[in-house]
Ligand binder design. Sequence first.
Ligand SMILES: [Zn+2]
Length: 425
Amino acid sequence: MNNMVLKGDIAFTPTKDIMEIHKNSYIIIEEGKVVDICNQLDNSYKGYLLKDFTGKIIIPGFVDLHLHAPQYPNMGLGLDKELIPWLDTYTFPEEGKYDDLDYARKVFSKLIKDLWRFGTTRSVVFSSIHKESTKLLMNMFIASGLGAYVGKVNMDRNTAEELMENTKKSIEDTEEILKECCESDLVKPIVTPRFAPTCSEEMLSKLGELAIKYDVPVQSHLSENTSEVIWVKELFPNSKNYASVYDEFNLLGKTKTIMAHCVYNTDEEIDLMGRNKVYAAHCPYSNYNLSSGIMPVRKYLDKGVPVGLASDISGGNSLSIMDIIGGTIQASKMKWLESNKELQPLTFNEGFFLGTKGGGSFFGEVGSFEKGYDFDALIIDDSSLIGLNELSIEERLQKIIYTGDDRNIIERYVKGIKIEEPFTS
Ligand SMILES: [Zn+2]
C-alpha cells in the first residue's frame, strides 16, 4: 500500500488557460495516483500517512522533453558558435567517448543527480550511438527512481568518423535494446535517428519499421536552423518538406513522436504535426545559443500541436525547467514583436503548463493533479523569496519560477514515491 495525504498550498494547470489552486488543502494519493483534493480531511483517510507541508507549495514535477545525456560535460561550452560548427568542434568529439563505460557512469550520475536537484521528474533523453552506455543510462535512471525515455542515437552518414555507424549493426543494436529494455514501468526505450541529414534512407526506413514492430515512440530534430533546412532539401530532393521526410519513413506520429526545435516549419508542416499528434519540444535557450531563431510556439498551440519544454543540453545552458519556463515566456514576447504583434505572447499559466502537463502528457497521465494522474510532485519552500508583501499563491509561483532555484525544492515525488538524491555514495 502506498497511500498518503499531503497538506499544503496546491497548484497545477489542468489546461494551458486554467490554474487550479487549493490553498491549505489536502491531496490524497493512492497507489501512486491522485484520487482527490479536499480542504478538510474526513475519516476515510485515517490510516494514510499524513505529511504536513503547511505554508509550502505543492506543484507537479517538471518535464524535460529533449536533452542529450553525453553532452552534459559540455554544458556552457562553445556557445558562441552556430549549430553545425558547434557539433563538429564540441559535440561529436565528446559523444565519441561513450564506449568507455566508466566515463559514461561518471557523466550520467552527475546528470541524473542534477535532474533530481532541479525537480525534473521525467525526461526524454538522447544517449550516444553506443549500445552499452545507452543500457547503462537506462539502468541508472531506473536506480534513481526518476522517469525517462532513453534512445540510442543512430547515424550512418555526414558525421565524425568515430561516430559513423554501419547501418546493419546500428539497427541490430537498436533492436537489441528495444527487446531487452522494456521491463521498467518508468524508464523505456525510444527510437532516435539523430536527424535526417545523418541518416541514410535505409536507416530511416528500418528505424520506422522497428518503431512500429515494437510499438515504441520516436524522437528526433526538426527545422532547428535555416542551413539545416536547406541541407535536408538537398539530401531528400523528392520530399515535399523536412517534416515529410520523417513522415515518409513512418517516423512522424505512427507511434508517439517528439520533434525538437521546430523553429522553421512551414504552416503545412505544423498542420501535419497537428494531424499526427507529434510533440514539439521547445528549446528556447538552445535556440538562442546556437543562433537558431525563436520557435513560434503560439502557432503550434493554435493548430493543436502538443508542446513541451526542453533544456536541449548542451545546446542549452540550463537544466532547470524553472529557468526554461521563464525563458519560454520571454522568447514568445520577442516573437510577438517580430511577428508585428500577431503571435500573442504566452501567459505565465501557459508557460507553467508547458513545463509540467504539456510535456508530461507524453508519458500518459503525468504533469497535473487531476484525478487518476501519477503523483509526480515537488514541494517548494519559497520563504526565502517572499515576505515583503502579501502575495497570492499564483504570484508566489511566479516568484518561484522567475527568481527561485533548486534550493527552493525540498522534496520530489514520482508516482507517489519520495525520490532521494541519487548516487550519493
Ligand atoms: Zn538536440
